[in-house]
Design a protein around this ligand. Structure first.
Ligand code: FMN
Length: 167
């Protein structure tokens, strides 16, 4: 088990990273990120997902062009598209794959690899680029890469007393 305070500090230390070095990520580390995704909990353990590892530079550029605020995908050495398999778990595929994304982001951070959730993406365009079908829900495309420049400042969170209610 991880020491709890250390774990909380680790969670607090994560940042969204939007600038990447032009440096490949070793296969072993990509595999660890994928493994973290594989070991995500899911409703009834249906595991309604598929992960597409995008290494092709042209594809990364095309996906970047399909985003609004996600151009930095183009400079990442890899990206992983997280796909929800709709018919495998039609009620839970979005929640299950969202949890996958968090597991992957935290695994990456522990490896010193940055990423950022991209919500601002034209999903129809991106689905075409990735040759996805009707049963495929494109949750997001996460770029992964070693951090270029400084780690961004801590982002604000509402204090606990604003978001909790005791009954
Ligand atoms: C559902 C979701 C969608 C997001 N979409 C984008 C996006 O399209 N582009 C982007 O640069 N960041 C995006 N982000 C990152 C958030 O802006 C970021 O997590 C937030 O500002 C807090 O910063 P932090 O992750 O560094 O703590 C998204 C995050 C989430 C959870």
């Amino acid at each position: 088990m991880i020491e709890p305070k250390e774990f909380l500090n680790f969670l607090k230390s994560r940042r969204s990273i939007r600038a990447f070095q032009d440096k490949p990520i070793p296969e072993k580390e990509i595999e660890m990120i994928l493994e973290a995704g594989r070991w995500t909990p899911s409703a009834s353990n249906r595991q309604p997902w598929q992960f597409i590892v995008i290494k092709n530079k042209d594809t990364l550029k095309k996906i970047a062009r399909a985003t609004g605020y996600g151009w930095f995908i183009a400079e990442a050495p890899i990206a992983i598209a997280i796909i929800g398999k709709i018919r495998t778990s039609h009620k839970w595929y979005i929640i299950d794959t969202s949890l996958v994304s968090m597991n992957m982001m935290l695994m990456a951070w522990s490896l010193g690899i940055g990423t950022c959730w991209i919500g601002s993406i034209n999903k129809d365009k991106a689905k075409k680029i990735l040759e996805l079908g009707d049963n495929d829900y494109l949750l997001t495309v996460l770029p992964f890469g070693y951090i270029r420049g400084n780690i961004p400042e801590l982002t604000y969170r509402n204090p606990l007393n604003k978001i909790i209610k005791e009954i």
